[in-house]
Write a protein that binds this ligand. Structure first.
Ligand SMILES: [Zn+2]
Length: 461
């Protein structure tokens, strides 16, 4: 028996548990999984990696990544952003469509996929855009290979034609079209008009300080935006995907609709699990995300929703703000923004949380790999390490530690990673493999050139 690679003595983690043994790779795919112990005679592997003492996870499938290219390269370009993904063990990414020009037609989707294919250091799937002006292009984007769409509500971003449902009528037309496809539609759930009122009141009181950020976007602005979507998804049958949810109340409401049969899945992000409003009070724009970081009690409640199966996905919402955005926020928090880079920290910070008994390794394998792959319909190709899957994996040393150094990160705006700089976590990312080839070691990309990124198209449901 011949194969390209054997990862021997591995402890392979899946959503179902951990299994020891040897993993064989042929033509970039998991070809066999052998029981632990002596390797069978006659087995010839061109390369052997000894994973003794290490945990092996499927590479992360991240359904929420912002890379500005084309048009907003100052935030992140494909070279910096996808190197960050490779370094951090995020082996399949879905990039948000709000580039310039945006993606909300079959042509723009194919064009951007071509660009990503040429430049990306990791595999990818495509998100289209839905809402308003793009309503007649929704089905065509699915036919062109989209796994899902992104959209905004409630005049949250009036500057995003084709990606915005400006009212519930727009929402209905959009979700009716989405329901004709097998794709999900992801929505940013924050109610724009209410947030504007609250912000105006704070500003009138002279409040532009760091601590004014959370009361300008309280949890009920998230549930306000979520409720109409749940209803419209219920009546249209569209697959609804709620992105970066931070409010346990809104999440619990959504799970009630799900229990009644509405097809809704719910994403949260590592920053809501790792940090809280005290970090925003301390770091201002360097801990500024939308929705905002919540209270310590909410942070704990989100872990409970991770562990009881209510939350479906952890995605990064990787979005490094520029130095200018962060600087503006120093004097007026409402002028700041831009988000956090998280591709290089997501695995290690959450593995550290496993060590602190916040959740389990199996839950991470489900929320970060298998379930997002299933939602995007790229499972069984991606998201797990059973026979037949792409051999995308990370090798983790759970007994070592790592200290993050923002200066060494690949993300373009290293300054935006301040919240992670100097943080020590209780794990080390020894190796990242894409389709059986090593692409990174200890947070460093080992390839000069991309491997040849694969555009992963969805399987029919
Ligand atoms: Zn986002």
């Amino acid at each position: 028996m011949e194969c390209e690679l054997m990862v021997k003595n591995a402890e392979i983690v899946s959503s179902q548990g951990r299994q020891k043994g040897h993993l064989l790779v042929r033509q970039g795919k998991v070809f066999a999984r052998l029981a632990p112990g002596p390797v069978p005679e006659g087995l010839q592997a061109q390369e052997v990696i000894d994973a003794q003492g290490m945990m092996v996870f499927p590479g992360m499938v991240d359904l929420h990544v912002h890379i500005g290219e084309p048009g907003k390269e100052e935030k992140e370009d494909l070279s910096t952003g996808t190197r960050a993904a490779a370094a951090g063990g995020v082996t399949t990414i879905a990039i948000m469509p709000n580039s310039v020009p945006p993606v909300h037609s079959a042509t723009s989707l194919r064009d951007r996929a071509g660009l990503i294919h040429r430049k990306s250091f990791v595999d990818f799937c495509m998100l289209g855009g839905a809402g308003g002006e793009s309503v007649d292009d929704i089905v065509a984007q699915a036919e062109a290979g989209a796994v899902g769409y992104k959209s905004y509500v409630g005049a949250y971003r009036p500057d995003r034609p084709g990606l915005l449902c400006k009212d519930t009528a727009d929402m209905l037309k959009t979700l009716e079209e989405v329901a004709k496809t097998d794709c999900f539609v992801g929505f940013h759930c924050e109610d724009g008009p209410t947030m504007r009122l609250l912000q105006e009141r704070l500003v009138a009181q002279g409040r532009t300080d760091f601590a004014a950020y959370h009361p300008s976007r309280p949890e009920f602005t998230e549930s306000l935006a979520t409720l109409p979507l749940l209803e419209v998804a219920r009546v249209t049958g569209a697959r609804l995907y709620l992105v970066h949810m931070s409010s346990p109340w809104a999440i619990t409401l959504a799970s009630w609709w799900r229990e009644q049969g509405t097809d809704v899945t719910i994403e949260t992000c590592p920053h809501y699990l790792l940090f809280n409003e005290k970090d925003t009070e301390r770091l201002g724009p360097y801990a500024q995300v939308a929705p905002p970081l919540r209270s310590i009690a909410t942070q704990q409640a989100l872990w409970d929703l991770v562990n009881d199966g209510t939350l479906d996905v952890i995605a990064t919402d990787h979005a490094p703000g520029t130095p200018a955005e962060k600087k503006r926020g120093q004097t007026n928090i409402f002028a700041g923004g831009g988000g956090l880079p998280a591709l290089e920290t997501v695995w290690l910070t959450l593995l550290d949380a496993v060590k602190r008994h916040k959740t389990t390794a199996e839950n991470l394998a489900w929320l970060m790999a298998e379930h997002p792959a299933r939602i995007a319909r790229i499972y069984p190709q991606k998201g797990h390490l059973e026979v037949g899957a792409d051999a995308d994996m990370i090798l983790v040393n759970p007994d070592a530690t790592t200290r993050f150094d923002a200066e060494k990160m690949y993300t373009k705006n290293k300054d935006a990673a301040k919240i992670f700089h100097g943080m020590e976590v209780g794990a080390k990312l020894e190796m990242v493999l894409q389709r059986g080839q090593v692409i990174a070691k200890d947070l460093e990309v080992t390839r000069e050139q991309p491997l040849g990124a694969q555009w992963v198209k969805p399987h029919p449901r």
